[in-house]
Design a protein around this ligand. Structure first.
Ligand SMILES: Nc1nc2c(c(=O)[nH]1)N[C@H]1C(S)=C(S)[C@@H](COP(=O)(O)O)O[C@H]1N2
Ligand SMILES: [Mo]
Length: 225
């Protein structure tokens, strides 16, 4: 199925209502919870997770078809300098290499992902959040949203990624650009990132409104609220 958003971006696929319902039920049932918290020394795999070598695709079922030219990121809310970055603006920012492990709330983890992207610290320095800004709402071109505490993106390991394992990030995984917040469950890492609003008060995003945790630390098993 092909559809268009209000701003003319083409969407392929169909919302996976059944899968979304199932994930809501998991939140109600507390699926995957082991009751363990805290990070034991030398432990790499968070509680309740299992390792996978492939890279599963998870989204609502619709994937925006975005060329680099069509992609853009805007930043607004509690900031001194609201921003609009085109692809060229974005690529003109300092670039960095990253290697990380990712952990999905559906219990898969994947080690040693290598990425290239723009540090989130660069974006924060450019938009200058007010001292009152404490949370972000991050939105994707597919209509998805997720909330993240500002303290959890104001870190050296958080970035806007455009390259994965040496190749441009493919559409399925959020290309041209996605957010990557590796120390939180992967649903916080919004694909096809489009907009960030800085907020004083926390508000639930798409999954958070359906029973998922407002923060999502895998080492504390913050799967559900
Ligand atoms: N825009 C957008 N970002 C999203 C999602 C989505 O549906 N839309 N799903 C989230 C979820 S639940 C997960 S686990 C990861 C999956 O990323 P992947 O498909 O690259 O593995 O993306 C997250 N980011
Ligand atoms: Mo997920």
């Amino acid at each position: 199925m092909t559809d268009n958003t209000d701003d003319g971006v083409e969407l392929t696929g169909k919302i996976k209502d059944k899968l979304i319902k199932t994930k809501e039920t998991w939140a109600q049932e507390g699926r995957g919870l082991t009751g363990k918290t805290g990070r034991p020394e030398n432990e790499r795999l968070p509680p309740g997770q299992r390792l996978t070598k492939d890279f599963p695709v998870l989204d609502l079922g619709v994937q925006p078809n975005l060329s680099q030219k069509e992609w853009g990121l805007s930043v607004a809310g509690q900031v001194a300098h609201p921003l609009k970055w085109s692809w060229d603006d974005f690529m003109a920012q300092p670039q960095q290499e990253y290697v990380n492990d990712i952990h999905c709330v559906t219990t898969w983890s994947r080690y040693d992902n290598s990425w290239r992207g723009v540090p989130m610290k660069t974006l924060l320095a450019a938009c200058k959040p007010f001292p009152t800004a404490k949370f972000l709402m991050v939105k994707g071109f597919d209509g998805y949203s997720t909330n993240v505490p500002l303290a959890d993106v104001d870190r050296e390991d958080v970035f806007l990624g455009h390259t994965w394992n040496g190749a441009p990030l493919v559409r399925e995984h959020g290309g041209p650009v996605r957010l990557v917040v590796p120390h939180l469950y992967f649903w916080k890492s919004a694909k096809w990132i489009r907009h960030i609003t800085f907020m004083e008060k926390d508000q639930p995003g798409y999954w958070e409104a359906r029973g998922y945790h407002m923060r999502g630390d895998p080492w504390e098993e913050e799967r559900y609220d």
